[in-house]
Ligand binder design. Structure first.
Ligand SMILES: Cc1cc2nc3c(=O)[nH]c(=O)nc-3n(C[C@H](O)[C@H](O)[C@H](O)COP(=O)(O)OP(=O)(O)OC[C@H]3O[C@@H](n4cnc5c(N)ncnc54)[C@H](O)[C@@H]3O)c2cc1C
Ligand code: SF4
Length: 477
């Protein structure tokens, strides 16, 4: 029968000698916590009913073999659980932390469906690979043979890194170019550290470096180095640049000081997590401390801004969203987390302007849900005469991201884009309209999820390998 970890926890607290120093206490805590996690993981894993209809697996974009690694975990065979888990997922400990499991694997767990609460699949996945790292089971890649072909990857986010990993395993020479000073993309500078600790991302980057992947950072392709130069240097190119153009608000007063973009606010907060000195935080322009904060938007980026503002010591944190709770795009779990932390949600509200310079308030109009629009969602409509001003001295615009105009920015003829500005690419292979050029992740899908970027990166790496093999065969003829 499973032990009771909480009881154990309490008994150690009671027995703790008063003269024990802080380091020792931390060590004890970590040991207890590890044991607690071990018990918890086993307990959760053993709840899997091995139902024979693994809806969880079917709803995981990577088709992770969840029942098998749960069974291994339940029986204490963690190294085998790790081997199964990492065979389909390049970064299981990252997905375990930040996948919206309620919409994916866990939301489709048969036990959840029968009303008994899901197996916490994400936590177990995280636990397995965290343990693998602790135990030294995660090793740098050592390809069986080296190939004389190289691939240039533009963008060091999860899509680019997942492809880099797969290509390196096949012995391809890989160079990753990124305009940021650190690799990781939104894992590093978008998703806050309280959801995804930065050392978890950095150890993956280091693992890839130790595996022979070359990183060229602070390199803005299109400015510091041309796309054509990269294409000329490598046998194939993968574009994994994500989407970064913020949707524009045109309301009166929108240019006032104190109205900022979510990506800028979160990047600064993430830089602080690395211990960087950040002037925009020090001078207060991207710091919520002591401020009334209003976040506009209802997606996961908005949730991250809200929860970051709480942690920075804002006096109040409000979210304005034009639809209701049931119709918001963000994860319900995230809303619940934010509420528990003290965020107030003003559903069915939208900005119509801003007051003050610097900003002192948001002019808000009340909304109701009308008939469904072309997308099938009920469209918000303004309730006339119900406007009010919401006080604010920091307003964060979190309205989603769009692709930059890459063909224009990079001066590339023939790189086709869709009407949304995303790169037109085959969803299975990532093949674009240019020979030897592939694309994956958000720049193809539009703003999406880490797990989908990983899936795309892995799939495209396979297609790139086929392409390289074909090129070799032609050269040998
Ligand atoms: C605030 C926020 C929170 C999120 N939270 C979650 C979450 O909890 N769970 C989840 O699954 N998803 C989340 N997402 C979505 C997820 O982060 C993305 O879907 C995922 O990172 C996309 O991966 P990618 O590799 O396509 O692009 P990115 O991660 O965006 O990486 C692209 C990289 O390309 C680089 N780049 C761009 N242009 C150039 C250029 N011209 N030259 C050189 N380099 C360039 C960028 O610097 C960046 O490093 C979140 C997104 C945001 C914005
Ligand atoms: S990768 Fe994401 S969806 Fe798949 S099992 Fe892990 S947490 Fe669930």
């Amino acid at each position: 029968m499973a032990k009771q970890p909480m009881l154990k926890f309490v008994s150690i607290e009671r027995d703790m000698p008063s003269k024990r120093d802080a380091d020792q206490r931390n060590k004890d805590f970590n040991e207890i916590y590890a044991e607690f996690a071990d018990e918890k993981a086993k307990e959760q894993a053993s709840r899997c009913s091995q139902c024979g209809v693994p809806y969880c697996q079917a709803h995981c974009p990577l088709s992770n073999n969840i029942p098998d690694w749960l069974r291994m975990t339940a029986s204490g065979r963690l190294e085998e659980a790790y081997a199964i888990s990492q065979s389909t997922n390049t970064f299981p400990e990252i997905c375990g932390r930040i996948c919206p499991q309620d919409r994916l694997c866990e939301g489709n767990c048969v036990i959840e469906q029968s009303g008994h609460g899901t197996v916490t699949i994400g936590s177990v996945e995280k636990y397995i690979t965290d343990t693998a790292w602790e135990q030294g089971w995660v090793k740098p890649i050592t390809p069986a043979t080296e190939r004389d072909q190289s691939v240039g990857i533009i963008g060091a986010g999860p899509g680019g890194l997942a492809a880099a990993d797969m290509l390196r395993r096949a012995g391809v020479q890989v160079t990753v170019y990124d305009r940021y000073d650190r690799a990781g993309g939104l894992l590093t500078y978008g998703i806050p550290g309280f959801k995804l600790e930065k050392d978890i991302v950095m150890r993956r980057v280091e693992q890839l470096e130790q595996s022979g992947v070359e990183f060229v950072l602070n390199c803005n392709v299109g400015e510091d180095l041309s796309f054509d130069a990269i294409r000329g240097k490598h046998d194939a190119v993968l574009i994994a640049t994500g989407v970064y153009k913020t949707r524009v608000l045109t309301y009166p007063g929108v240019t006032a000081e104190g109205i900022v973009r979510a990506i800028d606010y979160l990047t600064v907060s993430n830089k602080l997590s690395f211990g960087d000195e950040v002037p925009e935080y020090e001078d207060g322009s991207l710091n919520a401390k002591g401020k009334k904060v209003v976040v506009i938007g209802g997606g996961d980026t908005a949730m991250d801004c809200l929860r970051t503002a709480i942690r920075q010591g804002a006096t109040s944190v409000k979210c304005l969203y034009r639809r209701d709770r049931a119709n918001m795009p963000g994860s319900q779990r995230e809303v619940q987390n934010a509420e528990e932390e003290g965020v107030e949600f003003d559903w069915l509200t939208a900005p119509k302007g801003f007051v003050g310079e610097p900003v002192t308030g948001v002019m808000v109009q009340k909304m109701r849900l009308g008939a469904p629009d072309a997308s099938g969602r009920r469209a918000p409509e303004v309730i006339e005469g119900a406007d009010y001003v919401e006080e604010a001295d920091l307003v964060i615009k979190a309205l989603g991201f769009e692709p930059e105009d890459l063909p224009k920015l990079w001066g590339v003829d023939g790189l086709e884009v869709t009407r949304w500005g995303t790169i037109r690419a085959d969803f299975q292979t990532g093949q674009t309209s240019l020979d030897g050029v592939f694309a994956v992740g958000d720049i193809v899908r539009g703003a999406s999820l880490v797990v989908w970027a990983i899936k795309d990166g892995r799939d495209s790496a396979e297609a790139i390998l086929d392409y390289l093999n074909d090129a070799k065969a032609v050269a040998a003829e």
